[in-house]
Write a protein that binds this ligand. Structure first.
Ligand SMILES: NC(=O)c1ccc[n+]([C@@H]2O[C@H](COP(=O)([O-])OP(=O)(O)OC[C@H]3O[C@@H](n4cnc5c(N)ncnc54)[C@H](O)[C@@H]3O)[C@@H](O)[C@H]2O)c1
Length: 269
């Protein structure tokens, strides 16, 4: 090594006398184009802020208010157009966050079929369409990070549609990671536990649910959307990570899920 030359851990020489070269590398890794689908609210909005703070150009796609691009993930033509338009406008897509989600509460034997299909359509088929069309435009080094859920692995009474969709999305993440790896595209998921957002607000209004949840969370608290966003950003940047479904829940996956139907029955009896 000559004086003025530093060696990176990889052993690749990086000439310290050429600061422009180093600055270019930093700019290349920071100034990515990120698309956050479902980015107008809650965890998606926190992801959009985190990617922006990391130096990325962020396109928020969502149903309406707060979106840079209006896109219903259940409509394939809209999802395809979203990615085509981002490429046309920004030249490329580097990172995609798949955060659109919805839920419902019903026991299996009482479950309305249309309501079942609505949840599966957004949480599983919508996530599939995002993966499909993101996968079409992403290049080597690109990534998709989906939001699954603690409910992908832990059953909650009354959450059959949501649990099934999120379990399906966890497996879809692994399949897509296998298929897209030869093109250098990584596919991961973050599985949060309880985070207070508009999605969880109706459940948290019911007496006892939050306390029951926290009693079954070893770290004793809910997470924040910002904590989830930090993990999503990590997945998007971690160059050797693919096919990972990351539990992020204060240890709640080690215990049991609250008895939602029991709490609802008591609240409305
Ligand atoms: N909040 C939690 O405790 C929690 C826990 C585990 C997983 N998640 C998952 O994290 C993701 C974000 O949830 P959140 O809590 O931030 O909820 P949220 O309701 O705050 O945000 C969900 C966003 O998805 C959008 N969306 C819904 N249907 C859509 C559609 N058809 N097309 C496009 N956008 C659509 C909504 O408009 C909204 O902006 C979801 O996938 C959710 O299942 C949330």
């Amino acid at each position: 090594m000559t004086p003025g030359t530093v060696r990176r851990r990889t052993g690749t020489p990086l000439d310290a006398r050429q600061p422009g070269q180093q600055a270019r590398r930093v700019a290349e890794s920071a100034g990515q184009v990120a698309v956050v689908v479902g980015g107008a609210s809650g965890i998606g909005a926190a992801c959009a802020a985190a990617f922006r703070a990391a130096g990325d150009t962020v396109v928020v796609a969502d149903l309406g208010a707060g979106a840079d691009a209006v896109c219903d993930v259940t409509a394939e033509d809209q999802v395809a157009a979203l990615f085509d338009e981002v490429v046309a406008r920004h030249g490329r897509v580097d990172a995609v966050v798949n955060s659109a989600g919805t839920s419902t509460l019903a026991a299996v034997v009482d479950h309305d079929l249309a309501e079942w299909r609505r949840v599966l359509d957004v949480c599983l088929t919508g996530a599939f369409l995002v993966l499909k069309h993101a996968g079409r435009v992403l290049g080597a080094g690109g990534s998709v990070t989906s939001l699954t859920s603690l409910n992908a692995r832990q059953p909650g009474g009354g959450l059959a549609a949501y649990c099934s969709a999120k379990a399906g999305l966890a497996m879809l993440t692994e399949v897509a990671a296998l298929e897209l790896a030869p093109r250098g595209i990584r596919v991961n998921a973050v599985s949060p536990g309880l985070v207070a957002t508009p999605l969880t607000a109706p459940a948290l209004e019911i007496d006892g649910i939050e306390a029951d949840y926290l009693a079954n969370t070893p770290l004793g608290r809910a997470g924040t959307a910002e904590e989830v966003a930090e993990a999503v950003l990590f997945c998007a940047r971690a160059a050797w990570l693919t096919g990972e479904v990351l539990d992020l829940n204060g240890g709640a996956h080690l215990q049991r899920y609250p008895d939602l139907l029991g709490h609802v029955a008591r609240a409305f009896s």
